[in-house]
Design a protein around this ligand. Sequence first.
Ligand code: NAD
Ligand code: ZN
Length: 258
Amino acid sequence: MQYLPDKIRPDARHNIIRAASRIVVLTGAGVSAESGVPTFRGDGGLWKSCRAEDLATPEAFARDPRLVWEWYAWRREIVARCSANAAHHAIAKLAATHPETLIVTQNVDGLHSEAAAALGEPGSAPAMPLELHGSLFVIRCTRCAWRRPHREPIDATLHDTLPRCESCGALARPAVVWFGELLNQTELERAFDAARAADVCLVVGTSAVVQPAASIALATLEGGGAIVEVNPTETPLSPHALVSLRDRAALALPDMLL
Ligand code: NAD
Ligand code: ZN
């Protein structure tokens, strides 16, 4: 018999998500697969024969900021041509109709925000994601607390053309979390608090091998809620999930959530 968490009423088993009031949606690169955003590990994973792990680090930026910015400029151009897909839109609508939803994403592509914006007011606020790994389209100062949204093209031809802090003049960097850097602790706590209190953690398109993704979902389980997973492939979270849908996010989610 499948484990039935305390928070899910027996009569709601057939439609766990719609019956839940507190929901955490945890997403990874797979939710953007059908938007055409390349993954680190797939075909688009290499750039000029450099691996992401060798470029997305504070050491790489300290050594050669121009090279790292050139890579980010290339990624930003690709992602800027991609649009939110049916999965992002279904998740945004879920958040708009269940205001106690928190969308937590590991993605840096900004597509959850695009889907939230497409809702227009008043639904857009609950649909704004907590971007655990930051955003490709925000830059911040390497010295002071300055940061701002930034969609303009980056000129990475010379060190002198790289973006600079508009407050202190120091070099600016992408506001993303690099390998070896800490996540924002306040945001992380918010994600864990929401996950612990959630009836359901809907985990979409994450391999759940990069922490803290897996732990966030397990916090829901510890709090008496359920994990529902949407991923064509099995993950380390699958054995803990009440339901694992082996399907692509853009196909499964509109049916499941709307
Ligand atoms: P991952 O690449 O480790 O795993 C992707 C998961 O998505 C896999 O389990 C795969 O089976 C699944 N998947 C593939 N296609 C899918 C689909 N159509 N529908 C649903 N699931 C699908 O991704 P991750 O777990 O997010 O970890 C990768 C790390 O790399 C993260 O830290 C993230 O910040 C970063 N990253 C982000 C982006 C982005 O912003 N879109 C892209 C690449 C990498
Ligand atoms: Zn500054």
